[in-house]
Structure formats: C-alpha cells, structure tokens
Design a protein around this ligand. Structure first.
Ligand SMILES: [Zn+2]
Length: 372
C-alpha cells in the first residue's frame, strides 16, 4: 500500500465513522429551551375545556352571575370546541405545531412516578428525571439533593449563571430547582427581580407584586411571575428558561373553579405572547423548544376535583406538550406507550443535544414520539 493509498483509505474510514456518529446522534436544531408548568392544571380541563360537572355548582364558585358569564363564553357541545374556547393558543397553534401527550380518553397516558402526587415531588421529578421518595417527602422545605437538569446543562455548556433562569410564583422553587444555592438565576415567590437592571417595567412589577397580595404568603400572582420572566427573556436572553405558574392550583384548593378557568386562560395568553416573541426573535426562532406540562393531576368529581395527593384518584395523571424544531407536528397523540413525568428531563437533554448518560441517576427516557 502506498502512502497515498493509506491516506485515502483512512480518510474514507474517518468519513464512515463520522457518518456512523451522525446516525447515532442526529444533529439537533434546538439550542434553547423554554419550560412552562401550570400547577395542577387538570388533564380534564386541558383536553375537554370547561367541565360540565363543575360549571353549575355553587360549591365550585360557578353558581352565580360570574359562573353564568364564564359558561356563556366557554361552553360548547363538543370537547374539541370547548378546549379551543378555553385555550385558543394552546389548541389553535401550539398543539398543531408539536405533540400533546396525556389524553387518557384517546389512549395516551402520562403519569408521575413519585408516590406523593403533590407539587415538590412532581417538580423535582421534572427537574431531575427521577422520583426521590425518600429525600423529598411532600412539600417540606428541603434543598433538592440532586442537581437539576438545568444545573447539568449549565455545567456541560459552561454557561454563566444568568443564562439559566427560573421564574416561579411559588417560593419553593429556590429549593426545588438547584442542589447548591445560587448556581442558577431563580426568582420565586414575593421577590424582586434584579435583572434586567434599571428596567422601568421590572421596577414597577417589583413594587406591585408586593401590593397585590393574594391567597397566602408563599406564592405571588402569576401575572408578576410572567411579566418579570418576559422582561428577563427579552433583555438577558437565557439559553434555558423555566416559567412556573401556580394559580391553577391555588384557586382549585380554594374551590373556585371560576378563578381556575381564568388562570388557565392567563396561562394560555402567556404562552401565546411567549411563543410569538420567540418566533419573531432572530436569536430564538427555529432553535428553541417549548415544553409545557404540570406537576400533578387532581380529582374528577364534584367532591374531589379541587384536591390531589396519594389518596385522590387521578392525581398521578398529567400531560405534556412539546413544540420546536426537532419535534414533529403531530398534534394530539392517540394511543402509544405510556410516558412519565421523569421522562421530561431526558427528553429536554436529548433535544438540546446533551448526552443524558453523564447525568448520574436519571431514570426516565427520552419521549421518542416528541423527537424527529
Ligand atoms: Zn396543590
């Protein structure tokens, strides 16, 4: 073999090896991730719209004129029309551009694997790709012992702190989203945001969130969470952004279905504002995946719709929507394998092109249906 022959053979071998690598790990277009959760937003409401069981009940806050006006606006005969009336952006735009999993009426199921079926264990399962039933028992305020996948990606990509951000209505996200305090940018509960600096909108929201207090001291109104997150997104341009809404759960516990419906509509309007901005931004357009999900389900009856937990049937049942440049435009999924809350982190890593094998202890697997 001449030297020239040897060189051309070895470069052919290298080319083949490179082709193999491409086949094994296809190039992803996703360079940014936006994750949105809405606390305890029921699959029943997401897939069917306003609930005929709850919409005329005195006990749900729907018995008076406020209930009547919402029924008039949101009630349609067909579930597909009802859900479009309740969440026009989610069903009219987002779902058609991606996949939506978890409609049990159509044989698609997504369940949590933690035993508690309350918020912290659910969010931790989303953040770490595993249940941690020993370390995280209910909503106790303990620092998450496991680095979140947000921390993991930050380390892998060597990102500065402000490029990985969390905006939450509930103050517990300081515990949930990082194992070591201060590694990523977290703004949660009644808390002023420091970024972007000298921004008049941020200054106003920092002040108003303290004045417009509601149900309890641990969570602020979602409007401030979203407003602060949106200013941050526009100005700081994070690679990973997690926005987490809370009012869908707070109002349900308060047995105010009228306010739950309003909160769901606020989430939908926020998703629209977010997605339209992302698609108009040269930095984010066609390189950003959006994942929308929730931390737990809740009951299906007039007696238990407001509640959730180990004892409440249906609390394990959640849903996931994913849209972005690496996700097929399938819409609502019929049938298919059951997926789990712990699969969200590995799916996010896969879409971002980050090797999940190096993320120690992760138990979930990428949701194949959501990846081209
Ligand atoms: Zn709750």
């Amino acid at each position: 073999m001449t030297r020239r022959d040897f060189l051309s053979t070895s470069s052919a071998a290298i080319a083949l090896a490179a082709a193999d690598t491409l086949l094994a790990a296809p190039e992803r277009k996703t360079r940014n991730l936006v994750l949105v959760t809405s606390d305890g937003l029921r699959w029943q409401d997401l897939f069917n719209g306003i609930d005929p069981l709850l919409m005329k009940e005195k006990s749900t806050g729907m018995g008076d004129s406020g209930g009547a006006s919402r029924r008039e606006r949101l009630w349609k005969l067909e579930p597909a029309e009802r859900r479009l009336a309740l969440m026009p952006f989610f069903w009219g735009t987002l779902a058609t551009q991606g996949v939506v999993l978890g409609n049990v009426q159509k044989g698609s199921s997504v369940q949590v694997t933690n035993r508690y079926r309350v918020s912290y264990p659910g969010y931790s399962e989303i953040m770490t790709g595993r249940a941690q039933d020993e370390a995280i028992r209910g909503n106790d305020a303990v620092q998450n012992p496991t680095p979140s996948f947000l921390q993991f990606v930050k380390d892998q990509w060597k990102l500065p702190k402000e490029k990985v951000a969390v905006f939450g209505s509930w103050n517990m996200f300081h515990y949930i989203c990082e194992s070591r305090r201060g590694e990523i940018y977290i703004n949660a509960g009644y808390e002023e945001s420091a970024l972007p600096e000298a921004d008049q909108q941020v200054a106003l929201m920092n002040k108003l969130q303290m004045q417009a207090r509601y149900i309890d001291d641990s969570a602020r109104h979602d409007a401030f969470t979203f407003g602060l997150a949106f200013e941050y997104l526009r100005n700081i341009q994070p690679r990973l952004l997690y926005i987490t809404f809370d009012e869908t759960d707070d109002w349900a516990h308060s047995r105010r279905y009228d306010c739950v419906l309003d909160s769901i509509q606020f989430v939908d309007a926020s998703l629209r504002q977010l997605w339209e901005w992302l698609q108009n931004s040269p930095t984010y357009r066609d390189s950003t995946t959006l994942i929308v999900t929730c931390d737990h389900g809740r009951g299906s009856t007039v007696e238990d719709w407001h509640s959730h937990g180990e004892e409440v049937h249906g609390s394990e049942q959640i849903w996931i929507a994913i849209a972005g440049p690496d996700t097929p435009a399938m819409g609502e999924v019929n049938g298919g394998p059951e997926w789990h809350q712990r699969d969200i982190a590995p799916t996010a890593l896969d879409l971002l092109g980050v090797d999940g094998a190096n993320y120690a202890g992760m138990l979930g697997k990428p949701i194949a249906t959501a990846i081209k």
